[in-house]
Design a protein around this ligand. Structure first.
Ligand code: NAP
Length: 327
């Protein structure tokens, strides 16, 4: 197969097209003939040597693919050769063939092509498990999503609104803010010109929001705590602004009964990821089938141009997802 290797930790130029043996599906796995593969911020961290693979995972980057089932491992009865699937994988996505646990595969929703399908797994699994499971966002509640224009953010906005919640977001330009509002955000705050905590407090009549999904960390922590309503939940999924935070007054946590939590998806077990897939198929796939929620694909690149895809992701000019077209 053709795939992209990380020659050594470094900049986008270390991503190098090579030929390797096709992978072989093990027990409980399927072999996917990859048509498209999503590019995600964690791939950039892996390329820089700052996001080690979990034990047993492929060293080839790529956490999500869409394609056609080309082989079935022992004990798999849920998929057949020829099925159109998208899959969450722990690595190996930037390749013409990839193996995936059968329970981490979902059908490509009817309205979508493979590029759209490849843009789903990483962000939809992440948003579901953090916003709706861990964060327990319910209809009638309100949420603040940082990085509103990111792959994660564009997914979170659409799912929150489709499920009856109010979405506020932050983004780094007025243009990105408008794009987030077009996706359904009630108000997008340009964090470069406005203090998001002040704006959210004002827009919610001083109450704050029920949930904050944070991928910045660092000096956002104290302000995230400040914008939470009584009973609010802060869910950490990234640390783009640093892993250390300023001290906060723990009295706020007690008085407002706040929950501070977080998670990473990749190291979780196949069983846990399979459980998230079951929830997604029941709760979210109908929204994709009906076209009420859509992946936002900003740009595609051929597989061999993975380095250019990473350069674009790191420039942060994009709104939504960047996808590699593999065939
Ligand atoms: N925990 C998990 O399981 C998990 C899973 C997947 C992704 N993630 C994390 O979720 C985040 C989004 O991932 P993604 O793939 O959707 O990324 P992405 O599309 O590359 O988006 C990241 C966005 O964050 C904004 N940003 C970058 N640096 C920032 C900073 N210092 N302060 C504020 N905003 C900043 C940029 O937009 P602006 O122009 O608005 O600055 C950028 O577009 C990443 O941190 C990623 O590591 C976590």
């Amino acid at each position: 197969m053709r795939c992209i290797e990380i020659r050594s930790p470094g900049g986008p130029e270390v991503l190098q097209p090579v030929e390797r043996e096709d992978p072989v599906p093990g027990r409980g796995e399927v072999l996917i003939r990859v048509e498209a593969a999503g590019v995600n911020r964690p791939d950039v961290l892996q390329r820089r040597g700052r996001y080690p693979m979990p034990p047993g995972a492929s060293d080839i980057p790529g956490l999500e693919v869409a394609g056609i089932v080309a082989g079935i491992g022992e004990g798999v009865h849920t998929w057949r050769v020829g099925d159109r699937v998208c899959a969450l994988v722990a690595g190996g996505g930037y390749a013409t063939f990839c193996v995936a646990p059968a329970v981490q595969c979902l059908p490509v929703p009817g309205p979508l092509d493979f590029v759209g399908g490849a843009a789903l797994p990483e962000t939809f699994f992440t948003v579901w498990t953090n916003v709706f499971d861990r964060g327990a966002l319910r209809a009638g509640e309100s949420a603040l999503f940082h990085g509103g224009s990111s792959g994660i953010g564009t997914t979170a906005i659409q799912l929150a609104v489709a499920r009856g919640a109010r979405a506020f977001v932050t983004a780094g330009s007025d243009e990105k803010c408008r794009a987030c509002e077009d996706l359904g955000a009630e108000h997008a705050i340009n964090y470069r010109t406005d203090d998001f905590a002040e704006v959210v407090k004002r827009l919610t009549g001083g109450r704050g929001v029920d949930l904050v999904l944070d991928m910045v960390g660092g000096d956002y922590f104290a302000r995230n705590i400040a914008v939470l309503a009584t009973g609010g939940r802060l869910v950490e999924i990234g640390m783009m602004g640093g892993s250390m935070s300023a001290a906060i007054d723990l009295g706020d946590v007690l008085r407002r009964r706040l929950t501070i939590t977080g998670s990473t998806l990749r190291p979780r077990s196949v069983e846990e990821k399979g459980g998230i897939a079951v929830d997604l198929r029941r709760e979210v796939w109908p929204l994709l089938e009906q076209g009420r929620v859509k992946p936002v694909v900003y740009r595609t690149f051929p597989l061999d141009e993975a380095a250019a895809a990473h350069r674009m992701l790191e420039s942060s000019e994009h709104v939504g997802k960047i996808v590699l077209v593999v065939r």
